[in-house]
Ligand binder design. Sequence first.
Ligand code: BTN
Length: 292
Amino acid sequence: MRGLVALMRSPASVAAASSKSRRLTSTAISPSKPAPLSDPFEAAHVDLLLSPNSPFHRRTTILKTCTSTQVILRTQLPPAPAVLAAEVQTKGHGRPGKPWLSENPLGLWVSILLEVPSSQLPLLSLLASLAAADAVRALTQLEPALKWPNDLFLKNRKLAGVLVETISRLNQPPLALLGLGLNLHQQKADFPPELKDSAISLLQASRQRIPRSQMLAAFLENLTRRLDQPIPEAMEDWRQACFQLGRTLSIRVGTTILTGTAETLDDSGHLHLRLPDGALQKIASGETDFPA
Ligand code: BTN
């Protein structure tokens, strides 16, 4: 594969894209007969939709296919920030090491290589899930609920997941590799049997096809804003959007499963779980796959 820098778009292709940009509107779908899928996905379109001073301007590369955008960015290490999306991934992965089915061009599959202060790194997945929810709200008026630590839900089904990995560097803070998988155009038949009742796409939730370029640009704009927001404010937004607070949860931390009441999320991004014996556990990361 050619290097990421070589794949960046030329000014001529940006100009050509401006004549096509009118196509970047969402399409309402008739409930009975969805229109055939047409969702051109080009870096030049994304650039046109970003504000001119965006740190992500001219940083996007879109591949037709790859193994995993996380793996490609980690291997190629272009200068940060770098945005790599793929129409199709043959080996997408989620957390922790679970496969992420993305062998079709029906969602937004993107990774972003970022340099963030070490203090912000533990909060990055929370900030990114807020940014993804902001983008969904802006484009559809739907309000996703957040599941700790980094899933987006609509109608009690998973719409999107965020994955943060790190790349260590000598004498410098680690780089962050932020991955987002967001279901856009799938219909029930597009999900494998085991996900049909637990996953949802924006098409299913809103009857609208939101173009991938539009969703990616909205996500990048909101990510920029969330990374600049004072942390206590962002964490308050997160608490408001989370559907788990006050509920009984089972959380897997390593090989241990803890069950208790999710009391709050603190400004360090730790979930406070009240155990049946009254003890309070502050949990930095874990999996809440098992709502009790
Ligand atoms: C999760 O819910 O477990 C997180 C899923 C993250 C999937 C995205 S798709 C783009 C990027 N490439 C990958 O292989 N994974 C992330």
